[in-house]
Structure formats: C-alpha cells, structure tokens
Ligand binder design. Structure first.
Ligand code: 5AD
Ligand code: SF4
Length: 476
C-alpha cells in the first residue's frame, strides 16, 4: 500500500466519488511480525459500536504483531484512545484524559500514546493536539487502521510524532485480525461510512463514503462465528438500509443480506443503525419471517417536527415515520421499537418540541437515546442561528426523558408472566450476584442461577417488571 502522510480536510471528506470502492486483503509485512515482542498495549474505547468493533481490529493487529494486552493503562507500552466526535462532551472527556497523561508519560518516556477513531478526522483536533498535547505520539484516523504496523514502526524508528489521517478512503480491507471482546456476542461490520449528511452530524466527515462489504465475506464471517459457538451477531453500519447501494457488479441490498443470513444457523441476528427513509417493505417482510432475526428495531427519528426534520436533512416527515412504524407493527405485532431523539436543535420552538412528544406517544417507543443538540464544527447546523437558552434545552430533555421512561417501563411490563429466552451474559455486580442477559426484544433480565449458565441460552419466567429491567426465575 502506498504510504500517504497527510492531515484531514473536511472539505475533501464531503466529496463523494461513487463506484471507486477497492476491496483489499489485509497483509502484515513479514519484517514487522515480532515488533511487539515483550511489549503490551491497552485500548480505551469511546462512542458507538463502530468504535468497539474498530478496537477489536486494533487489538487483533497488536496481538498479531506480538504485543500482549496490558491489565491497565499504566502498565501499557502502547496506549490507544479510540475516540468519538459525535458530541462535544465526548471530545472534552478525551482531552481531559490526555492532559492527565502528561505525568504518565514522564514516568515512562518509551510509552507510545496513540489517538485514533473519529476525533483525528476533524481538522480542529489535529490543530489542538499539535499545539497542546505533545505527549501524543501517533495520530491516525478511521480509514487507516490497517496501517497500524507501519505507523508503529515509523514511531519507533524516527522518534518523531506521526500524524496520518486520510480524508477520503474508498477502501474495504478484509481479514484484518480481530480480537473479539465477547465469547457469545459478536459485532459484524457490514458497511462503512455514511452519505446521508444530516446537517447536525459529523459522521459522514469522520467515517467517509458509504461502502459495503461483499455479502459472501459477511456470510462467511457469520457462519464461522456460529461454528465457533457464538450465539448472536449484530450487523453494524451507520445506515444499514443503504447496504449494497455501492455495488457496481450486482443488485443486492440489505433485505437480501438479512434473508441470506436468516438461512445460517446463528441463533440471533440484530442490526444497527437503520434510517427511516431507507427502511423498505421488503426488509420488514424478511424481519417478519422471524426465525433468527430478533424482534427489535432501533429506528432513530431525531425529531417529530416536520420543519426541524427538514432542516436536519432527514428526508422524511413525522407522518411518513409514523406510517412505517404502523406497517412494522402490522407485520410484527410484538416488535420492540427504540429510537434516538435530539432536542434543542437550532430554532426548535415549543410547538416543534410538542410535535416530538406527540410522535413519541404515537409510536410507543420502548426506549430512546436522547440528546441535546451539540454543534459540530464543519457541519451545516453548526452555523444555524441557535437562540434557545440552555435552561430551555435542559427542561425539554427532562420532559422528553420522563415520557421515554414511561415507554421503557410499559415495554417491560408487557412481559410479566411470560416465559422468555435469555442469552446469559454475566453476573450482576451488586451483592445479589444475580445472572443477567437479554431477551429477543432486547430486554435486560435478572434471575438466580448457577454461573455455569453464562454463555448459554436459557428460559426464564418473568415475575416482575421494573423500569430498567425484568426479574424472573429460571425455568428448569
Ligand atoms: N448533537 C446531538 N446529538 C447528535 N447525534 C448525532 N449528532 C449529534 C449532534 N451534533 C445523535 C443522533 C444520532 C446519535 C448516534 O447521536 O441522535 O442518531
Ligand atoms: Fe449521522 Fe445522519 Fe449518517 Fe446517522 S444517517 S450517521 S445521523 S449523517
């Protein structure tokens, strides 16, 4: 692979060059294979499942290079910050942590500190790190994880700071080694990037153009996971419903992929994130066939006001969204639906906010991630006049959360008295030492049982529903 050292340009990142996706195979140069002998690494991951999946790749590459995982950040020879840029809060946390590391670096000057993930894709981050954080040795972005061996080699040889962030990358690299974080549940990337350009969102700039993995590679990965004993896969993409739109050699979309994966023996399939405009009837029909596709859909709506949706560039209306939910419930009566909502978008009026509350009541969500709008430099909405006082934004969030929590509780109560299948994940940290796991509808269940059950699927009778979890007894 050609070496390219440059800095991000959000202007470049906006350019979309369709049909240029290269599908490549990961290779580690032979001379770098022992680079990490006697050395260790530690990864701190922030943000979404996409970053968790990327950290599994970073860990896989590091182990392939001979590094071992350190028990904590202090003990590590290479410390990674895999960062998130979606809201200002996430970035502030990382800068706070980096500041604290100055001392840690003084203790061990040979330690390398690497900043990666979405923050380096922003020009402002690079400037700040160059000026204020000279304890950071390597900066790389979301497009060049596969070049980590070469970046480490350069950092060791040159003893100078390495900045390598690519702005536009139409590549998919298969077979990057993975060190998965879980023994039963696996993340499976199906596509990268996003072409939606919602006006508030930094993701299209940090993650690049939409590009899909070939179905045969995904099906092979899921089949292998099932053969290794995995019980659940979550298919990942910023907009999974746009899967396959970039293929030039075939017509194959998300519903085809779901349908093909339905034929594998993996017991549970989930996917995230869906876009309401692109979610089509055919996908709903495949979901309705059930089998191993779990009856839960996360469908971010963002707002219930048509004026705000328009300014967000979401490309659907309140009514169209509600109609899709209706269609889904007709096809899959029991489905659990969750969402994401932003309050305090520039110029959101009381009436706009009321329309959001109305939509929440109409759609009967059983959970939501709710946020106050956070302006992201370089996105259109960051330049929209924002005249809403903070106190009003906070009050709206509080009011919305109350309504969402009611839905959460209602969604849980409908399972009282039912017997449900639970994938047992672990033991609760509280004194009670109850086992916990998730149902097909993605409800958290606590119950008494022996620890040997961890990692298996069991039946649990639900005795009582609480707002955030269900309490049940193991069915013998
Ligand atoms: N401000 C607040 N929330 C945001 N999200 C994305 N960008 C922003 C922003 N600038 C939220 C959206 C998205 C979720 C992952 O994060 O609700 O669905
Ligand atoms: Fe961001 Fe919109 Fe893409 Fe989701 S669909 S990642 S909110 S631009």
């Amino acid at each position: 692979m050609e070496q390219q050292t440059n800095l991000p340009s959000m202007h470049e990142a906006r350019k979309r060059k369709k049909g240029e996706v290269e599908h490549l195979q990961y290779e580690i140069p032979n001379h770098l294979k022992g680079l990490g002998a006697q050395k260790s690494y530690f990864i701190k991951t922030y943000g979404c499942q996409g970053n968790i999946a990327d950290s599994e790749k970073i860990a896989g590459i590091m182990e392939n290079l001979g590094y071992s995982e350190a028990p904590n950040e202090e003990a590590s020879d290479v410390l990674f910050f895999n960062t998130c840029a979606i809201r200002d809060h996430a970035e502030k946390r990382v800068f706070g942590e980096l500041g604290r590391l100055k001392g840690l670096k003084a203790n061990n000057p040979h330690r390398l500190i690497a900043l990666c993930g979405c923050m380096p894709q922003e020009e402002s981050t690079i400037e700040t790190v160059q000026k204020k954080y000279d304890q950071v040795d390597i900066v790389f972005g979301t497009h060049n994880i596969a070049r980590l061996p070469q970046l480490l080699e350069k950092a060791y040889q040159k003893k100078e700071r390495i900045f390598e962030v690519l702005s536009f990358e139409g590549q998919i690299i298969e077979d990057i080694p993975l060190k998965r974080g879980h023994n039963q549940k696996a993340w499976v990337d199906i596509m990268y990037g996003c072409d939606e350009f919602c006006t508030y969102c930094i993701v299209p700039y940090t993650r690049g153009t939409e590009r899909s993995r070939y179905p045969e590679d995904i099906i092979r990965e899921v089949t292998e996971l099932q053969e290794q004993g995995y019980l659940e896969v979550t298919l990942l993409g910023q907009n999974v419903n746009a899967y396959g739109k970039d293929f030039t050699d075939r017509k194959y979309g998300f519903s085809d992929l779901l349908s093909d994966l339905q034929k594998t023996n993996i017991p549970r399939i989930r996917f995230t994130t869906s876009h309401p405009r692109d979610l089509d009837l055919r996908t709903m029909e495949v979901m309705a066939q059930g089998k191993n596709i779990m009856p839960h859909l996360h469908l971010p709506v963002q707002s219930g006001s048509n004026a705000i949706l328009k300014r967000m560039n979401r490309k659907y209306t309140h009514e169209e969204y509600a109609e899709k939910i209706k269609m889904l419930r007709n096809l899959i009566p029991n489905i659990a639906i969750t969402t994401d909502i932003i309050v305090g978008f520039p110029q959101e009026t009381d009436e706009d906010f009321e329309a959001t509350l109305e939509l929440v009541r109409e759609c009967q969500f059983e959970g939501a991630y709710t946020f106050i709008f956070s302006p992201r430099q370089g996105t259109p909405a960051a330049n929209f006049a924002d005249d809403i006082p903070d106190i009003v934004k906070k009050a709206r969030l509080l009011k919305l959360n109350e309504l969402i929590n009611e839905g959460f509780a209602r969604g849980n109560h409908r399972f009282e008295g039912e017997t449900v299948e639970v994938l047992v994940e672990g033991v609760s940290e509280k004194k009670t030492r109850l086992l916990n796991g998730y149902t097909p509808h993605n409800k958290l269940v606590n119950f008494e049982g022996p620890e040997e059950l961890i990692g298996s699927m069991v039946l649990v009778k639900i005795e009582k529903a609480y707002t955030w979890h269900l309490r049940g007894t193991l069915v013998k």
